[in-house]
Write a protein that binds this ligand. Structure first.
Ligand code: AMP
Length: 285
């Protein structure tokens, strides 16, 4: 069944109000489209918990830097709608940028501290755009639950913080990373990779696995774990390391020594040509 598609705010609010009147709980899955099995897993999680599943498809201009891939980001809308239909999505919200950011738009959300490290350091303004669009989507859809992927660990952490700090009445659910058979985390940007880059892109997952193995063998020095990650990535000739990080999963601050009871995030960003890939692994000792 094809889902109902709305492109404007008034029909979105009407459709949501209708679902509410019918006694349904609302689940929101925010996406930028070019849907894949990672998105599908979020939709499944939403279907398992809520009566009305809303997927937003919006390539949010405010989270792209001036030299980033906003214009060439894939937008296969017909296929996305088909996938949403097959996945049992009830409502797709697909606004034009001018609907979300009309002329005179001025308000932005900043999650200080969390927004400037890791991906925020190489993508200034990125998380300000993410937090802003997600809060707008929360205000528009007013979901009971919202579903995000652990793939974007920093984004997930930042949204949890924003929800807590701004008292947003939504429960944020973080879903596990979905991977290809060879370990590469699914991403809409994977389709930018040529055959050789695609083959070498498994280095992110392999580096994370190697770091985990060394931690399981007893390594506790954060700097050493960081070096293991970086050296592993460097073994792929086309890989250009943006960062290898070992951080506290809550504060995202660098960890000098891993210790029991402190969840630690191993995080990588690696460029292959113009394509920047990220991956991560949560370690609980
Ligand atoms: P995007 O369309 O890239 O903005 O992603 C939309 C949502 O899907 C975000 O919450 C992502 O974290 C999540 N997501 C993207 N890739 C994956 C993946 N491989 N596994 C799980 N969730 C994912």
């Amino acid at each position: 069944m094809t889902p109902v598609v709305v492109r404007d705010i008034a029909p979105l609010r009407e459709a949501i109000a209708g679902a509410r009147r019918g006694g349904l709980s609302i689940g929101l899955v925010p996406t930028m489209g070019a849907l894949h099995a990672g998105h599908h897993s979020l939709i499944e999680a939403a279907r398992a918990r809520t009566g009305c599943v809303v997927v937003s498809i919006f390539v949010n201009p405010t989270q792209f830097g001036p030299k980033e891939d906003l214009r060439r980001y894939p937008r296969p809308l017909a296929r996305d709608l088909e996938l949403c239909g097959e996945a049992g999505v009830d409502l797709v919200f697909h606004p034009e940028p001018s609907v979300m950011y009309p002329p005179g738009y001025r308000t932005f959300v900043e999650v200080t501290g969390l927004q400037d490290v890791l991906c925020g350091a190489s993508r200034p303004g990125h998380f300000r755009g993410v937090a802003t669009v997600v809060l707008k989507l929360f205000n528009l859809v007013q979901p009971d639950f919202a579903f995000f992927g652990q793939k974007d660990a920093q984004q997930a952490r930042l949204i949890q913080q924003m929800v807590r700090d701004l008292n947003v009445p939504v429960e944020v659910v973080i879903c596990p990373i979905i991977r290809e058979a060879d370990g590469l985390a699914l991403s809409s940007r994977n389709e930018y990779l040529d055959a050789q880059q695609r083959q070498q892109a498994t280095i992110l997952h392999r580096a994370l696995q190697e770091a985990r193995r060394r931690i399981e063998e007893g390594e506790r020095d954060g700097a050493v774990v960081r070096r293991i990650l970086a050296e592993h990535v460097a073994s792929a000739p086309s890989a250009d390391l943006d960062y290898a990080a070992v951080v506290d999963a809550d504060s995202l601050a660098s960890v000098a020594r891993l210790s029991t009871g402190q969840p630690v995030l191993l995080a990588l960003a690696v460029k292959f040509g113009g394509t920047r890939l990220i991956d991560n692994l949560l370690i609980q000792l």
